[in-house]
Design a protein. Structure first.
Length: 377
């Protein structure tokens, strides 16, 4: 058996992060192969998994603060702004330094694959540099090299609104407002488009992706109390077997749907199925739950972040150099290999950066900051 970890992270969720990130990667093979030959043409629904999980984890963070001993001694308004900023910074740090490293490697790949001149490369860099600010879904910046970063941008925007509301009105938000908001936003997207996908579409003055993120983060928040109730019951082995089958079947039918179908009204049914499976996974009531809490699943979960940030450059540009005579399978294998190798390089460079950055920062501080006068002031 693999070595157990002492991490608070949920091993099954971490493994599923990798699975759904890989499905998104295969979905983007549509740029390389065309829609008719694409693997997982409906794979963009995999992003729903990440939003729901993020909403649950945000509510979990709020609940720990509310339950802490210091909560009743400090007025919630006093430090709410600073606390919200701290929470958002933590979320940004979760994608650092992987995202900027993957972005610069992707930029180099795009320059090479498109045979750009120095001038063209410089223009590309200047045009897309602001993508690193994670502001894409505000509308101030649009385009960029890494189309998948919309997910992080929308998540941060919506969390910045939701977090202070959760802190100030934790019970009202998760019991009343969040489920209502989720239903209203998902319903509006169903009326207009019949599905929640296509995040770059503009609804009046806001990207559809922001509404999608807000609704599904709210689903994750709403599921928090349900998960806690399920977890607190002393279930029999038979019940645990049933729960294991339910969540595995839920993920499986959602994945099959993503493989065969394009966006449509059925998205909402499979979104519900996926939500039920996610709740059971967080409750850890399945008979096999403990098996997933091992180092291998944790490593895959971490690797999924780098993989998510590293693939789109190849999906959109490999055809510049690949021969038309290559089969669908050969092109896909090259695409996946390039994405995985890049993700591995990103992880290695991220680890190196974390080791050397404290030394670099101390050196820069010694050069740029007059510590003697700073103490006197």
């Amino acid at each position: 058996m693999a070595e157990k970890t002492k991490s608070r992270r949920n091993g099954r969720i971490e493994l599923l992060r990798f699975v759904f990130a890989f499905i998104v990667l295969l979905h983007h093979s549509r740029y390389l192969l065309g829609d008719d030959n694409c693997y997982f043409l409906g794979g963009s629904l995999g992003v729903e998994f990440f939003f729901i999980v993020s909403g649950y984890l945000m509510m979990n963070s709020v609940d720990r603060i509310v339950a802490s001993k210091s909560y009743n001694t400090i007025p919630v308004d006093k430090n709410l702004a600073n606390e919200t900023v701290s929470f958002i910074k933590k979320k940004i740090r979760a994608v650092l330094p992987q995202f900027p490293i993957a972005w610069f490697i992707g930029l180099i790949a795009v320059i090479i694959l498109n045979h750009m001149t120095f001038r063209q490369a410089l223009v590309e860099f200047v045009q897309d540099f602001w993508e690193l600010a994670l502001l894409k879904m505000t509308g101030i910046f649009y385009g960029g090299l890494d189309g998948v970063i919309w997910y992080i941008s929308s998540m941060l925007i919506c969390m910045t609104i939701l977090y202070p509301l959760l802190r100030k009105f934790p019970h009202m938000m998760r019991k009343i407002w969040c489920p209502l908001i989720a239903l209203m936003l998902l319903g509006s997207m169903c009326i207009v488009d019949g599905h929640p996908r296509n995040p770059a579409k503009i609804y009046g003055f806001i990207f559809k992706g922001n509404l999608r993120a807000f609704a599904e983060l709210c689903i994750g928040i709403w599921s928090f109390d349900i998960v806690r109730k399920i977890r607190n019951v002393n279930w029999t082995p038979i019940a645990k077997i049933i729960f294991e089958i339910m969540q595995l079947a839920g993920y499986l039918v959602a994945i099959i749907y993503m493989y065969y179908d394009t966006p449509g009204k059925y998205d909402y049914f499979f979104l519900m199925v996926m939500t039920i499976s996610i709740m059971l996974s967080f409750a850890q009531v399945g008979i096999m739950s403990d098996i997933y809490n091992n180092r291998f699943c944790m490593v895959l979960g971490r690797f999924s972040t780098a993989m998510y940030f590293s693939h789109i450059y190849y999906a959109q540009n490999l055809n510049m150099i690949l021969s038309d005579s290559l089969s669908k399978q050969e092109k896909t294998l090259i695409y996946v290999a390039c994405s995985f190798v890049t993700a591995f390089v990103v992880e290695v460079l991220a680890l190196l950066y974390k080791k050397v950055s404290p030394t670099i920062m101390r050196g820069l501080k010694a050069i740029l900051v007059d510590s003697k006068n700073e103490k006197d002031n």
